[in-house]
Design a protein around this ligand. Structure first.
Ligand code: SAM
Length: 249
């Protein structure tokens, strides 16, 4: 049926695509992608013919023109599929402006969901998942990065960051400085791929391991929430005595 379909694509293993996502890609009248080459490649792997359909390039800053084209197709009652280069669209990837515009215009908006590096990493990191905060990529300059980390210091959930291998050592050292080096953390690398690796420890210990051996590939960093030191029983007794004394006449 007519409408906009956000399609989740694999984050490493080509077979991590759902049957429904393949159905949507096989039947959509208009196909748009963040990276048209990688989508053509994915369609090729799964034997989905394009049959005269064009693959349009779209990302949120490719300008209002590209978005207008897709909205026009929706206005004509067509089905439009949109996929990212990897993982879920809109998650540290384009699609938000398109989703918003299509919903505001009243078109049917739905998704054939797939994997996302953030959720995959949370499954493996060994950190609490009852509450988490997706922080995406940190800013490029060191001072802006530290300011952002300061704002995240007291978030009551596991922090999830996307990071590049080139910058990860510097980021871990900033995190240790701002969040405290003893915080439990995990570095998840090359998820779902041949060299998948999870390093679990603290910000300091993972920072040291990264300084020893350079890391390559795609990375998700996770950091436990701030935990206040448990109050010692003797401290409680002392505080009670202090309180009683200060109230005695
Ligand atoms: N939309 C994607 C998603 O749903 O996860 C994220 C796209 S974002 C532009 C790319 C970043 O996601 C990478 O730099 C890395 O931090 C993370 N990432 C993507 N695939 C990954 C993988 N297989 N293993 C670890 N991190 C990955």
């Amino acid at each position: 049926p007519a409408g906009l379909y956000f399609v989740g694509t694999p984050i490493g293993a080509a077979r991590d695509i759902t049957l429904r996502a393949l159905d949507v890609l096989a039947s959509a009248e208009v196909i748009a992608a963040e990276d048209t080459r990688s989508l053509r490649h994915l369609l090729d792997i799964h034997g989905i013919p394009l049959e005269g359909r064009r693959v349009l390039a779209y990302h949120d800053h490719s300008g209002a023109g590209a978005r207008a084209k897709l909205l026009d197709a929706l206005a004509e009652g067509r089905s439009v599929a949109y996929a990212s280069e990897a993982g879920m669209p809109l998650i540290a990837d384009p699609g938000y402006e398109l989703s918003k515009a299509a919903a505001e215009a009243g078109y049917m908006v739905t998704t054939a969901p797939g994997p996302s590096a953030a959720l995959t990493a949370l499954t493996l990191a060994g950190l609490p998942t009852d509450a988490f905060f997706f922080a995406g990529f940190l800013p490029n300059t060191r001072s802006a990065r530290k300011t952002r980390l300061e704002a995240l210091r007291d978030v009551p959930g596991t922090l999830v960051f996307y990071e590049s291998p080139k910058r990860v050592a510097e980021t871990l050292s900033d995190m240790s400085a701002v969040l405290g080096g003893s915080r439990p953390a995990a570095l998840c690398r090359e998820l779902t791929k041949k060299f998948e690796e999870i390093r679990r420890g603290t910000l300091d210990s993972i920072g040291a391991s990264v300084a020893d051996t350079a890391v390559r590939g795609e990375i998700v960093l996770l950091v436990d929430r701030a935990r206040s030191e448990p109050v010692k029983e003797t401290d409680i007794e002392q505080s009670l005595r202090d309180a009683l004394e200060s109230h005695s006449v």
